[in-house]
Design a protein around this ligand. Structure first.
Ligand code: CU
Length: 174
């Protein structure tokens, strides 16, 4: 009887655990997915089910234009359950928003969605947005190049050390 109670408690806690440990969820996104916005300064605002953590490279919000280029957008700001980034859009078409934040349980979570832009007022970007620095693919390649250079020089140093330290054979025939 006592054993049954223990196993029941164990079973119940196992059933409840996944819920307690689940990542936070995005609960609202602005501009809303599949909505249409008018050209101009646009604030991307994402709301989550719990306070976000500000650790490491933390939060990233990347906005991609209809032509596939990355739109200048400010670094993501975290305020409690919100992550926001400011941008300015004048090219009509479909934009995609890709985000990555750190959930309150310490796990990174990510998602993406798209919204449409129309430009009926003839808005022209002022270029006043200070873009957040985003590592481009060429920078990433350069990093890996430096890595191999370092790796290679370490290897050379090891080979040099080996030849320097290796015991010399006494010359035969002396
Ligand atoms: Cu998690």
């Amino acid at each position: 009887m006592k054993l049954n109670l223990i196993s029941l408690t164990l079973l119940a806690s196992m059933a409840l655990a996944p819920t307690a440990w689940a990542h936070d969820q995005v609960i609202s996104q602005s501009p809303a997915p599949d909505s249409t916005s008018e050209a101009g300064p646009i604030e991307i605002k994402l709301e989550f089910s719990n306070d976000l953590l500000e650790i490491g490279s933390g939060a990233e919000i990347i906005v991609t234009a209809p032509d596939g280029s990355i739109v200048p957008a400010s670094c993501a700001r975290l305020e409690g359950t919100f992550a926001t980034s400011n941008t300015e859009l004048d090219q009509p078409g479909s934009y995609s928003v890709a985000w990555r934040v750190v959930s309150s349980d310490g796990h990174p979570i990510e998602g993406s969605y798209s919204f449409d832009l129309v430009n009926e007022s003839g808005y022209v970007n002022s270029g006043s947005i200070e873009p957040c620095l985003i590592a481009t693919s060429s920078e990433a390649e350069q990093d890996s190049g430096n890595y191999w250079l370092l790796f290679g020089s370490l290897g050379l140093a090891a080979v040099g050390l080996f030849f320097y330290l290796r015991p010399r054979k006494p010359r035969s025939g002396n």
